[in-house]
Write a protein that binds this ligand. Structure first.
Ligand SMILES: Cc1cc2nc3c(=O)[nH]c(=O)nc-3n(C[C@H](O)[C@H](O)[C@H](O)COP(=O)(O)O)c2cc1C
Length: 173
């Protein structure tokens, strides 16, 4: 599947088959993570790939945004100390979120290219997730991504027209 096809066919999945994601696919996800860009190449992001089902159950108790029973959860985090030291104040305050957004997109598209469904989730209790994962103070979890073989038809979604979203040469409101 080429990248544009992955972009056009990807939809969030909130129900998953009870089958594991093979280690070859996990390796593709790791590749997607490792090749993602970051501002000033600061590389302040950290990722916890959770496949232990008991650990996923624990996380789900404090993550209302995670639906279904995904066999894999990727926890996207920033190391705030590294952000400041390697990138400066702008990286700490803004770019670390931009960097996580870019890598999140890479993870979603890499999963799609392998026929694996995904769903980002921002609704979770940070302090509890930090405790469950044993994250040190400076490592902040910012987004969860569920991965697994989708068990549902994509929901209806409305999308704005291109005219509303994209201007050419000058703002056209
Ligand atoms: C940053 C971000 C946070 C999201 N958080 C949640 C969430 O907590 N729970 C959830 O069910 N979906 C969540 N989503 C999925 C969006 O609801 C979904 O992407 C949107 O409705 C568009 O649908 P699509 O992904 O199928 O194109 C999130 C998506 C993004 C990009």
């Amino acid at each position: 599947m080429d990248t544009l096809e992955a972009m056009k066919t990807r939809r969030s999945s909130r129900s998953f088959e009870d089958r594991p994601v093979p280690k070859e696919v996990i390796a593709v996800i790791e590749d997607a993570i490792m090749h993602s860009p970051s501002g000033s190449n600061a590389q302040e992001s950290h990722f916890v790939i959770v496949q232990n089902q008991e650990q996923i159950r624990r996380i789900k108790r404090f993550a209302q945004g995670v639906s279904g029973k995904p066999p894999v959860l990727v926890v996207l985090c920033s190391n705030k100390n590294e952000a400041l030291v390697r990138g400066g104040v702008d990286t700490l305050e803004v770019l670390r979120f931009v960097n996580l957004g870019i890598v999140a997109s890479q993870i979603l598209l890499a999963a799609q290219s392998q026929g694996v469904g995904s769903c980002p989730a921002r609704s979770f209790h940070k302090k509890s997730i930090k405790e469950i994962l044993g994250l040190p103070e400076e490592i902040e979890p910012e987004l969860l991504i569920s991965l697994g073989y989708s068990n549902e038809k994509p929901r209806q979604k409305t999308i704005k027209s291109a005219k509303e979203v994209i201007s050419h040469d000058k703002y056209q409101g």
